[in-house]
Design a protein around this ligand. Structure first.
Ligand code: NAP
Ligand code: MG
Length: 519
């Protein structure tokens, strides 16, 4: 018997005790930084001479740890070990597999501030953003454990047929390549990996090179509980080397990927190729980018809309697939909403988030990202009117800080209105009316999240039907989906239309077997 699933509450940082606990966790984490970490394949720790460092983007000289860079041979060994381990893991009862997740959730909950603190240092999340990431990871573990138990045997759904005893069971697929991004460096790998494992698959997990440390801590939770060797393999290294190899390996059965459109397309194409010795068509579960919009019409609560625009655009420095990187505002209220949004954005505190709770925006994740975003800002100055920001925030330690940046008067077809920038850059577009605003919102190759602020029932109903995004929000921001509450995933170039944190997500990691015995 298990209590029903409940979302992990976010930390109430207005309580001094919670602030003190978070500061203490930051200190604890800082005191044990700098270790060198191995690959873990088939339960064996393997150290490679070539390593890559994970650094603090607020102070790039600060090395948080180093990780072995796996080779193609390591990738082969990992897939082959997982294939062997799968032979018995697939037959462990769903309840038993679920217990690994439930225990991991409980342990993560007890140490939640430590996990969050690592993300503050490793990718520059604010306290609030890091706390939400950890809560989501706990939710995935607790939620998928329950779903796995529910989905293992669905015989009760069958139509009775008297001469036979019937069964419908969902069985796992095989070896899964789990490839994660750095932007939700705990929640997303935890979600993809736990979904695969609890469904009875064996996993080769490739963390993002920019955020292996928090992923490493998460894997420890599973290994410490004695998950069998080879069931969860940790393969750090470069995406184009080990990532590509675990996608291509003929023993890989499925790929669970979250990341950019470009890499997602590449994986989709590679996975389609059938290699010698391969006995199946690979399944791909790809969760990709977004160019999400917040719409505001003339009937909206304009203050709420301005707040929602700023939160959606600049939370975690705009580095969310769900970030509201476009705001589309009908002309009648355009000036009012834009000036208020600029005013709110101008108050955001940019800085190293380990300095305290008061920091709203940390750095962007690395030098390369900073360069790419600055290029888009340059493009934006040709395409629109720079209303706020546009410059790096220089610190003595050379952190990758950028001002929240807002362009107004942007055309719907402009590059900054079409391409995913993945940084704190907001493109604001005027629309003639609600219909035009909805047209602009849908005029993108992506379809992940979207918001509409309006008080008109008829418009909310039109948007309900015609706003083509996987996650649609009315009169609230377009980020912050909760597991089980807002099943998450987008349409078109935002991925393969999967829904993480939904009642049927685990079906993507399983196949159904129908069994009939003549009586
Ligand atoms: P990315 O550059 O596509 O990388 C994602 C992962 O793929 C990393 O582990 C990367 O390894 C690996 N990789 C790179 N090249 C590969 C290849 N040829 N074969 C196999 N794997 C390869 O994405 P990111 O910069 O980490 O994350 C940001 C992107 O993720 C954004 O586009 C964002 O919208 C998207 N995202 C989507 C969702 C969603 O739910 N739809 C959620 C979060 C993020 P390296 O680290 O070694 O490069
Ligand atoms: Mg880092």
């Amino acid at each position: 018997m298990l209590p029903v699933f409940k979302n992990e509450p976010l930390t109430d940082f207005s309580k001094p005790a919670e602030q003190a606990a978070f500061s203490a966790a930051l200190e604890r984490v800082k005191s044990r930084l700098g270790a060198n970490h191995p690959l873990v394949i088939n339960g064996r720790e393997i150290y490679r001479e070539t390593t890559s460092a994970t650094i603090n983007p607020s102070r790039p000289q600060e090395v948080l740890g180093t990780f072995s860079k796996g080779t193609v041979d390591d990738a082969n060994y990992a897939v082959e070990s997982a294939y062997e381990a799968f032979k018995s893991w697939q037959h462990t009862p769903a309840d038993e597999r679920a217990r690994y997740l439930l225990k991991a959730a409980a342990e993560m909950r007890r140490r939640k501030h430590e996990f969050s603190a690592i993300m503050v240092l490793e990718v520059g999340k604010s306290w609030v953003e890091a706390d939400a990431d950890t809560a989501e990871a706990i939710d995935f573990l607790d939620y998928y454990a329950r779903q796995a138990m529910r989905l293992a045997d669905q015989s009760h759904l069958l139509t009775m047929y008297a001469p036979e005893q019937l069964q419908l069971v969902n069985i796992p697929l095989g070896v899964g390549a789990v490839i994660a991004p750095w932007n939700f460096p705990l929640a997303i790998p935890t979600g993809m990996m736990s979904a695969a494992l609890v469904s009875g698959n064996a996993v080769v997990f490739k963390p993002a090179e920019l955020s292996p440390l928090v992923a490493w801590e998460m894997c420890q939770l599973f290994w410490r509980q004695g998950i069998p060797d080879g069931v969860l393999n940790f393969l750090s290294g470069s995406g184009s080397v080990v990532g590509a190899r675990i996608v291509d390996h003929p023993l890989t059965r499925f790929i669970s990927f979250t990341g950019s459109k470009e890499v997602g397309i590449n994986i989709h194409e590679s996975a389609a190729k059938v290699h010698p010795g391969q006995k199946w068509l690979k399944r791909t579960i790809l969760e990709m980018g977004g160019k999400d919009a917040v719409l505001v019409d003339e009937t909206a609560d304009l203050e709420a809309a301005a707040v929602g625009i700023v939160q959606s655009a600049f939370g975690f420095q705009g580095q969310k697939c769900s970030a509201g990187s476009r705001a589309i505002i009908v002309r009648e209220v355009y000036d009012q909403v834009v000036s208020r949004a600029v005013e709110i954005a101008s108050k955001l505190q940019v800085g190293a988030p380990d300095a305290g709770l008061h920091i709203d925006m940390g750095p962007v994740v690395d030098q390369k990202s900073m360069g790419k975003i600055m290029n888009y800002i340059e493009v934006g100055t040709q395409e629109g009117q720079l209303l706020f920001g546009g410059s790096p925030v220089v610190t003595p330690e050379g952190g990758y800080f950028l001002q929240p940046t807002i362009f107004g008067g942007v055309d719907g077809r402009a590059r900054i209105a079409q391409e995913e920038i993945f940084g704190p850059v907001l493109a604001i577009m005027p629309a003639d009316n609600f219909e035009h605003a909805l047209f602009l919102a849908n005029d993108t190759e992506f379809g992940l999240t979207g918001a509409l602020y309006s008080m008109r029932r008829d418009r909310l109903e039109v948007a309900r039907r015609e706003y083509h995004v996987g996650n649609l929000y009315f009169n609230r921001k377009c980020t912050g989906a909760l597991v089980g509450v807002h099943p998450f995933g987008g349409f078109n170039m935002s991925g393969t239309d999967s829904k993480a944190g939904s009642p049927d997500y685990l079906m993507l990691f399983m196949q159904a077997k129908s069994i009939a015995e003549r009586l």
